[in-house]
Design a protein around this ligand. Structure first.
Ligand SMILES: Nc1ncnc2c1ncn2[C@@H]1O[C@H](COP(=O)(O)OP(=O)(O)O)[C@@H](O)[C@H]1O
Ligand SMILES: [Mg+2]
Length: 254
């Protein structure tokens, strides 16, 4: 069952030298159950830190993170995290790696079914070094889904893949979400990826980061990557990240 995520006035400081570096400041974000939210922001602004706090891998310096009604206070079994690199155990076969994702005892894990969903049938007994980057990342996604997470946390999961493989993975994610609808919080640096996947895009500013834009993407799925409805949200996001101003975007003459 998908859960709401509430990030309530969260700030995060890290000890640095003799003092402290503020990374995130006063982040307020309410994510609906089953909603897909993408987080964009400059490198080093605290996106991974924010995701880690939702997953309970890091504690806020102030403020609270809630999943459903409960405050997150440690690594949370309702969350699964998929990172930029697959992080598979090299000495375990793919099926065994995927089965490791089942942290909760909800009966037998359907490893074969999960591998089928991510297009890795026949690779159960293969080892990570025998897979391409895209295949290894699909295995990592299957492992994330194995625990039937209420909240799926994705930290630039496709960033290391080539453009075509990345699009295939995005489509796979759309497909997977059709039947199991976890709440998804995805960090990405790819604006088009955010627009293709998310219900809402949150843009963070430079460190110490706060939310500089919240952009709705009110388009049903599967989406057309070139949909004219995405032009407006893209302009707003580009302006928020400082790339262009909407007033300077040249429109073709009617
Ligand atoms: N455990 C830590 N201790 C000290 N500083 C950290 C720690 N984790 C992250 N940072 C710092 O916090 C800032 C934000 O990091 P991160 O969340 O990884 O940024 P992003 O994912 O947006 O690139 C960086 O300056 C990073 O060096
Ligand atoms: Mg990061």
């Amino acid at each position: 069952m998908a859960e709401t995520v509430t990030i309530n006035r969260v700030s995060k400081r890290f000890a640095a030298g003799g003092g402290a570096t503020e990374v995130l400041t006063d982040i307020q974000l309410q994510i609906d159950a089953g909603e897909f939210v993408a987080i964009l922001g400059p490198s080093g602004c605290g996106k991974s830190t924010l995701l880690r706090m939702v997953g309970g891998l890091e504690r806020p310096s102030s403020g609270t993170v809630l999943i459903g009604e409960g405050e997150v206070s440690g690594a949370d079994p309702r969350c699964a995290v998929v990172f930029q690199e697959p992080r598979l155990f090299p000495w375990k076969a793919i099926a065994a790696n995927v089965a490791l994702g089942a942290r909760r005892q909800r009966g037998v894990v359907d490893t074969a079914g999960l591998l089928d969903r991510v297009g890795l049938t026949g690779f159960e007994k293969a080892y990570p070094h025998q897979l391409s980057g895209g295949m290894a990342q699909r295995a990592a996604l299957a492992r994330g889904l194995a625990g039937r997470p209420d909240v799926l946390l994705l930290d630039e999961p496709f960033a290391a893949l080539d453009a075509l493989t990345r699009m295939e993975m995005q489509d796979l994610l759309v497909e997977i979400r059709r039947d199991s609808q976890p709440t998804v919080l995805m960090v990405t640096h790819d604006i088009d990826e955010a627009l293709y996947l998310a219900d809402r895009v949150i843009v963070l500013g430079p460190r110490p980061a706060s939310v500089v834009a919240r952009v709705d993407v009110p388009l049903s799925r599967p989406r057309d990557r070139a949909a004219p409805e995405l032009i407006g949200p893209r302009e707003i996001i580009l302006a928020a990240v400082g790339i262009a101003h909407p007033a300077r975007v040249v429109r073709p003459a009617a």
